[in-house]
Design a protein around this ligand. Structure first.
Ligand code: ATP
Ligand code: MG
Length: 563
């Protein structure tokens, strides 16, 4: 687990360290890159962004901004088979939603011509060759750690022959998989990445931007550092799994005729969260298996989903800043992220009354047909949000669990004989109830005390609970989607190796409730607090559908206590 703060005064605890920031500052002080800072966020457009990407985005953009530099969004679109323009649009949209504006939107495919020229340069200088062997043979020859590599019989082809073959590969003369261009690096290197890696594969495939211009495509390693150099990136920040690629990254740059500075790769820890998965492959499987409804299903950790669920972008940014940037992988508690969500929404969300499991409360001594207006503050955290009037009558909906026919110990809400306050209005005392034939509660009966409108009684009587309500004659119908964590286990897949073995069977409950009239006027995507219940996001498309963003209770406090 991560070493998140255990200080009881959290969140005032200082944020964790960020070694990337320290490193860039040190570079600046030393005059490296002449004080210039340029980064990039390089997603492959083969899926939607998730909370893990939010950390990379946040690191790339905030570091550049802090040091007066620029950060570009670069689509790493070197693999025509898995990539689609649908993802390009969505990724750009998600980055902007998160609150970052790329200095420029660029594509690795913009550099296909330069990469091709540099590949010829490597051939000409004796650092690349065409290999006619198939993929399996090439990987077998690569050997393994402690096992020597076997040089390809074509490794010593002449420059002329290599150039001729490479040009014919590019011209489309050869079938997919029949040849590759490889770097002539070091077949005995202890780092497998250095054992003559593949630079180009033949793929007669349509590309979402370059159409049918190319039938050879660069590998990630051949494209990445060179794209960084072409753009003028100084600090190429990526996740730890690229650590073993760094030697190759540097080797390629050393052997290419770069136009300017040589960028430097630095790796940081991936973001992992408890109770969720962030692998695109696993997310896709959840969708394909019908476990969730699509990439924006609010139970997923994709940015689309979190946004639909009502997570404010600022909460995600603050969380990313808070957890810091380290060199060792760690898994953060999802309750910590939720703490940031709740903290943000507490300041910004309007309060409304909604009853999700309605039962009727009839006030038997209420004057027939009488309607009163109760004034309630929209947001006690922000007076500027003003107040509203809510209609109060003698027939209300209340939450089913705010009434018990036979009170359990320490149950202070409505039960025959007990008195509670109705939020913003009167004290009511329960006088009885009626049931449906199946025994469920049909109506709760009560009398109100007209002298308690301001929340106190002239005789000094106290009530132990205040419950919320909605006037039946004024209520609007709402549907609420209540989510539980998709994975029951803290670390999905820890037991069996497959996260899907830890899926919770019922992670979604849809309920039909009643709400005060003001809820009929919320904007698509707006998040409101249903008093006493939690924060709920109005769906962007389906009117009167609300997604439970997060409950009101600070679960991070419990996690912290557990230690
Ligand atoms: P794939 O599942 O296809 O490997 P990916 O998660 O690596 O995808 P990319 O589109 O290649 O996705 O990622 C873009 C950038 O986001 C990369 O620099 C990558 O290091 C970073 N990134 C991806 N996942 C995380 C994560 N969980 N935490 C932090 N950064 C991440
Ligand atoms: Mg990747």
């Amino acid at each position: 687990m991560n070493d998140s703060p255990t200080n009881p005064s959290f969140p005032d605890t200082p944020a964790a360290a960020n070694f990337v920031r320290d490193l860039v500052r040190a570079d600046n002080e030393a005059g490296t890159f002449a004080g210039r800072v340029q980064t990039r966020f390089p997603p492959e457009p083969n899926g939607y962004l998730h909370i893990g990407h939010a950390k990379a985005i946040s690191v790339d953009f905030t570091i550049a901004a802090e040091f007066g530099g620029v950060c570009k969004l670069r689509f790493d679109d070197t693999n025509p088979i898995t990539e689609e323009s649908e993802y390009v649009e969505a990724i750009l949209d998600d980055v902007r939603w998160l609150g970052f504006e790329p200095a420029e939107v660029v594509y690795a495919s913009d550099y296909f011509s330069t990469l091709y020229q540099w590949a010829e340069h490597l051939i000409n200088t004796g650092f690349a060759y065409v290999d006619d062997q198939d993929g399996d043979t090439i990987s077998a020859q690569r050997g393994g750690y402690g096992n020597p590599g076997v040089e390809s019989p074509q490794r010593d082809r002449s420059v002329a022959e290599n150039l001729d073959l490479f040009r014919r590969m590019r011209a489309g003369e050869f079938a997919d998989g029949s040849r590759v261009l490889r770097a002539k690096a070091d077949m005995q290197h202890e780092n497998m990445q250095m054992r003559d890696p593949v630079m180009y594969r033949i793929r007669h495939e349509h590309h979402h931007r370059t159409a049918d211009d190319w039938c050879i495509y660069p590998t990630y390693d051949w494209a990445h550092g060179q794209s960084d150099a072409i753009e003028g990136v100084t600090h190429s920040l990526c996740t730890l799994e690229f650590d073993s690629h760094r030697a190759l990254y540097d080797w390629y740059l050393e052997h290419c005729p770069l136009p300017g500075d040589t960028p430097r790769q630095t790796e940081f820890a991936r973001l992992e969260l408890t109770h969720t998965v962030t692998s695109k492959r696993k997310l896709l499987q959840l969708i394909n298996d019908g476990v969730v409804d699509g990439w924006d299903d609010p139970r997923l950790p994709t940015l689309r989903a979190l946004r639909r669920r009502g997570y404010p972008a600022a909460a995600i940014r603050n969380f990313c800043e808070f957890i810091g940037v380290a060199r060792t992988n760690s898994r953060h508690q999802i309750e910590l992220l939720e703490w940031f969500v709740r903290n943000e929404l507490n300041r910004t969300a309007l309060r409304r009354m909604a009853v999700l499991h309605p039962i009727k409360l009839v006030i038997t001594n209420w004057p027939a047909g009488h309607v009163e207006r109760v004034t309630l503050q929209n947001n006690p955290e922000d007076a500027a949000d003003g107040s509203r009037e809510v209609a109060f009558t003698g027939e209300l909906f209340i939450e089913a669990d705010d009434f018990m026919a036979e009170a359990a110990p320490k149950y202070f809400r409505l039960t025959p004989g007990a008195e509670v306050r109705l939020r913003g209005a009167y004290f009511v005392r329960c006088t009885g109830f009626t049931t449906h034939p199946d025994g469920s509660i049909a109506e709760v009966h009560a009398t109100y005390d007209p002298a308690t409108r301001d929340g106190s009684s002239p005789d000094g009587r106290k009530v132990k609970a205040t419950i919320h309500w909605v006037s039946t004659a004024h209520a609007v119908d709402i549907t609420a989607a209540l989510y539980e964590r998709l994975f029951a286990a803290e670390v999905p897949g820890e037991r069996t190796g497959d996260p899907l073995d830890d899926l919770r069977p019922n992670s979604l409950a849809v309920v039909h409730g009643k709400a005060e009239a003001a809820l009929g006027a919320v904007d698509p995507g707006q998040v409101v607090q249903f008093e006493r219940l939690g924060y709920f996001a109005h769906d962007g498309e389906q009117p009167m559908l609300f997604h439970r963003t997060v409950g009101l209770r600070d679960e991070w406090a419990n996690v912290r206590k557990r230690g």
